[in-house]
Design a binder for this molecule. Sequence first.
Ligand code: ZN
Ligand code: ZN
Length: 154
Amino acid sequence: MSNLAQRAQKLFIQYLRENNLKVTQERLALLEEIFSTNEHLDADELLARMKVKKRKVSRATVYRTLDLLVQCGLVRKSRLGHEHYFYEKVQPGKRHDHMVCTHCGKILEFWDPGLDERQRQICQEHGFRPSFYSLQIQGLCGDCQKLEQENTFL
Ligand SMILES: [Zn+2]
Ligand SMILES: [Zn+2]
C-alpha cells in the first residue's frame, strides 16, 4: 500500500470508530481498491474488481461504504457525463478538474491555477464564501474528433 493509501486507511478507521461504525474487512478492502488506482470507478466497476479478488462484498455495502468515504473526505464523487456517479481517491494538495468525452467516455484531468485564482476573485466580488466547487467540460476527445473526420463515427 502507498503512503497515501495507508494514511487514508488510518483516517477512515478513525472516522468509523468516531461514528460507532464497524471497521470491517470489506470496507477496508474497498478503500484499498480505490486508492490502488488513478482511475475513476463507478459502483459496478468496484463490485467487479472485488469479485476478481474473490472478496465477497454486497452491492449495498459498496454503496454504503462509498457514501462514508465521500463523507469523510477521502473519496470524491462526480457525475462525469453519465447518469450515475464515479468515485476516485482524494489526493491532498492535488486538485483537478475533468474533461469528459461524451462519445467514448474518456476522462481527462487538468488543473489551471490561474482559473482557480479567477474563481476565487469572482466569489470575493460577490461576497460569496465557496465551500464546494466543481468544473466539468463535456465534449469530444482528440481520438473521437479524428474518428468523426474519418467518417467512422458511430
Ligand atoms: Zn472520445
Ligand atoms: Zn479525477
